[in-house]
Design a protein around this ligand. Structure first.
Ligand SMILES: Cc1cc2nc3c(=O)[nH]c(=O)nc-3n(C[C@H](O)[C@H](O)[C@H](O)COP(=O)(O)OP(=O)(O)OC[C@H]3O[C@@H](n4cnc5c(N)ncnc54)[C@H](O)[C@@H]3O)c2cc1C
Length: 360
């Protein structure tokens, strides 16, 4: 490429279709008009002409062979003094008049920024669905194998035992099956929340933030589940699981990057944690000391239940110490809105996890 211009760190890497096929890109960049920086906006930018030749000012490189998903030509792009018409601004959340005057239906620049980024939630919703499908497929393959493959005579000297009748095999596959069912139900809720927002039925900041938090929760958990399930199923099918024709190895390779793209899993979970903490902070700020005491006691009770084998006695003693423990901030709020049981089709479905919070 000769001297990198723009400088190397200004290249955007790993873009799907960028190496060969892409004719255009949606590009997030700062919008500056009349000397004022209005922050990141999204632009439609042609990158190649009809013959596939790069347009002036656009550079592209191929990322080369990857660990999976090699049907897609990922590459990197750079832009050097590329000009696009004003009308190529995707202007739902901000527009520029011919004289350069900027307008936006969202007054707060911070909220505008998060609304722009919120449009990326679609990718996370898709990955959650694909990851669940991959887990289902892997389990279908492994359970089919386990109900047909016979190994060793255990109880019956005349017939070998099917793998699925071995307790060890059940312990490997059934927890993954249960988690996959749970993930599939959770994905239905995510799709419902997504449809509510993007159909316009419930397109308000609160619902958008709930949707983003739910997607940021489920995408990391389902993709991790899929990778673990694929590996377990691969091993549960023995040598046959390692044969490419049985799909498990290839699926694992293709799914591997699901933990990284559309938001790295670790970073997404930090986002969820941040929102939960902001929510707790906000709830606790309006509670007096006695309320905070009750709140801490309730949290201790939950932890005791979760981690103490004989948790009934721990719960009894904590409840005795805090007879009115239920009136904690979280409990009060849950009865008000988000931790309430799901009612199919109702707007109070919100998040399946308790007290998934929103930024304030
Ligand atoms: C095959 C593939 C296809 C892609 N397709 C596209 C595409 O079409 N369009 C597009 O825009 N992008 C695409 N990407 C880019 C993808 O979104 C990024 O790779 C991803 O967001 C991670 O960024 P990074 O590679 O810079 O990793 P880094 O940011 O370098 O992260 C490396 C590690 O550091 C950790 N880390 C980073 N920041 C923090 C932090 N603040 N706190 C704690 N840990 C942290 C991460 O968890 C990760 O484990 C694609 C990537 C790949 C591999």
């Amino acid at each position: 490429m000769g001297d990198p211009h723009p400088f190397r760190a200004a290249w955007k890497d790993f873009l799907g279709n960028a190496a060969i096929h892409a004719r255009s890109a949606t590009l997030f960049a700062r919008l500056i008009t009349n000397g004022v920086d209005h922050g990141v906006h999204c632009f439609y930018v042609p990158v190649r002409d009809a013959d596939g030749e790069l347009l002036p000012g656009v550079s592209s490189e191929d990322d080369g062979e990857k660990g999976g998903l090699n049907g897609i030509d990922n590459g990197r792009l750079a832009f050097d003094h590329v000009r696009i018409p004003r009308t190529n601004l995707l202007n739902r959340y901000g527009d520029v008049a011919p004289d350069g005057t900027y307008t936006s239906p969202i007054e707060s620049p911070g909220r505008r920024f998060f609304t722009m980024l919120g449009t990326l939630v679609q990718g996370r919703v898709s990955l959650d669905g694909s990851a669940i499908r991959a887990s289902q497929l892997a389990l279908h393959i492994a359970i089919t194998y386990a109900t047909q493959r016979r190994q060793f005579s255990a109880a019956d000297p005349t017939q070998e035992t099917v793998l699925m009748d071995y307790q060890a095999h059940l312990h490997r596959l059934l927890p993954k099956l249960a988690a996959t069912y749970a993930g599939a139900f959770a994905h239905e809720q995510l799709l419902q929340a997504f449809d509510d927002v993007f159909s316009g039925r419930a397109d308000d900041p609160e619902s958008r933030e709930d949707l983003e938090t739910l997607a940021a929760t489920l995408k990391p958990t389902s993709t991790r589940l899929a990778l673990d399930t694929l590996q377990e199923c691969r091993e549960a099918c023995g040598g046959a699981g390692f044969m490419a024709e049985n799909q498990l190895v290839g699926l694992h390779q293709d799914l591997d990057v699901y933990a990284t793209f559309e938001g790295d899993n670790t970073v997404l979970l930090q986002l969820v944690a941040k929102r939960l903490l902001s929510d707790y902070t906000s709830e606790l700020s309006s509670v007096d000391r006695a309320g905070i005491g009750r709140f801490i006691a309730q949290r201790a009770e939950v932890l005791a239940k979760r981690h103490t084998p004989g948790h009934a006695s721990a719960r009894a003693s904590l409840t005795a110490a805090t007879p009115d423990a239920p009136s904690t901030p979280c409990a009060r709020r849950s009865s008000r809105r988000r931790c309430s049981p799901t009612v199919p089709g109702s707007r109070s479905r919100r998040s399946p996890s308790p007290c998934v919070g929103r930024r304030r």
